[in-house]
Design a protein around this ligand. Structure first.
Ligand code: DP6
Length: 327
């Protein structure tokens, strides 16, 4: 009747941007990520037959907007568990805590939907493999499919209509002791949800077809670099994938632009680090924050440079993290 799960966020090394099937939430391009131990979500799902709807509390506050997404995902879990969607006693109390830098606007949907799916499956008694959980979490957020797994993870592109698509682990966290230094530049929530940004990019950007054409190559090169533990190859391909994704969005009409001036200032710092001989490479997702990939031994130097950068309000250092834990 009750399930608990803990999941980490992840950062894409080869980016997912755009869908091949909006209903099944299938990505149009393959992506590769590393799960991050420093960004954790803990979620409890407890069935309560007295409720007339799912009750959702996130970071201590009732959240009606999130509740609709939570119910949509839990309905999929309930269907897997054989719980009828007509059963008036099917609802649950959901409580989720994000252990993220306070009000950071960092994406918590990956860890959030991964933890919700696993906790929900436990609460409703659905015995599902990690792969099946990943395919379900993908319906909430495609990046969440990757957060079921630890270490280095791949999510292939989806074939329209094939709802079974799941992520898979390429290598465990112990494979490669890299670091991701997270530089937060604002506390403001993101301007455009990634879902809307992707839709507008696909609909109006002249660079959309170029993005689709380039993405499989980025994912392939990222996987090769991880297999060889070649940080320079990984970092430079991650940057190429990042800038191609943002360029495709920027060329949408009207522009979908996530970077701010302070983002560019931080990117200058990362380039300066590289010029001075420290291997450091940057990436951004659907927001202005910068995440910097580097070797474990360089993490303190990179973090210090980020703390020193104008406009940076908080810096965290993450290592490759574990997959979902259920209890
Ligand atoms: C830029 O997984 O949040 O972070 O599937 O629509 O919920 P939906 O999108 P989401 O998109 C993440 C996009 C990204 C790149 C990535 O994580 O691969």
């Amino acid at each position: 009747m009750k399930g608990y799960a803990k999941a980490c966020a992840n950062i894409a090394l080869a980016k997912y941007w755009g869908k091949s099937d909006e209903v099944l939430n299938l990505p149009a391009v393959p992506s590769v990520s590393v799960t991050l131990d420093a960004l954790v979500t803990e979620t409890t799902v407890e069935r309560d037959a007295s409720l007339s709807g799912d009750e959702v509390v996130i970071d201590g506050a009732r959240d009606e907007k999130a509740a609709r997404k939570v119910t949509a995902l839990l309905d999929l879990v309930r269907a897997q568990a054989g719980v009828s969607l007509d059963d008036p006693r099917r609802f649950a109390r959901v409580s989720s805590e994000n252990h993220f830098p306070a009000a950071s606007g960092l994406a918590s949907s990956a860890s959030g939907f991964a933890a919700l799916t696993a906790a929900g499956a436990r609460a409703y008694g659905a015995e599902l493999s990690l792969e099946a959980l990943s395919a379900l979490a993908r319906r909430g957020s495609a990046s969440a499919a990757r957060s079921l797994f630890g270490g280095f993870v791949e999510l292939p592109a989806g074939v329209p209509g094939d709802g079974s698509l799941a992520a898979r682990m390429l290598h465990p966290p112990s494979w490669w002791d890299v670091r991701v230094v997270i530089a937060l530049v604002t506390k403001a929530p993101k301007a455009v949800a990634s879902r809307d940004g992707m839709r507008e990019t696909a609909r109006t950007s002249p660079y959309w077809s170029a993005w689709l054409a380039c993405s499989p190559g980025y994912a392939h090169a990222v996987k090769e670099a991880i297999a060889k533990r070649d940080l320079e190859a990984l970092g430079s391909t991650m940057e190429a994938s990042t800038f191609a994704m943002h360029a495709s969005a920027w060329a949408a009409v009207p522009a979908v632009r996530y970077v701010r001036g302070v983002t560019l200032d931080v990117l200058d710092r990362v380039e300066a680090l590289r010029r001075a001989g420290t291997g450091a490479w940057a990436t951004m997702d659907a927001g202005p924050h910068v995440k910097v990939l580097c070797a474990a031994g360089d993490a303190e130097r990179v973090a210090a440079a980020m703390r020193d950068a104008p406009g940076v309000i908080d810096v965290r250092v993450a290592s490759p993290g574990d997959g979902v834990v259920v209890a």
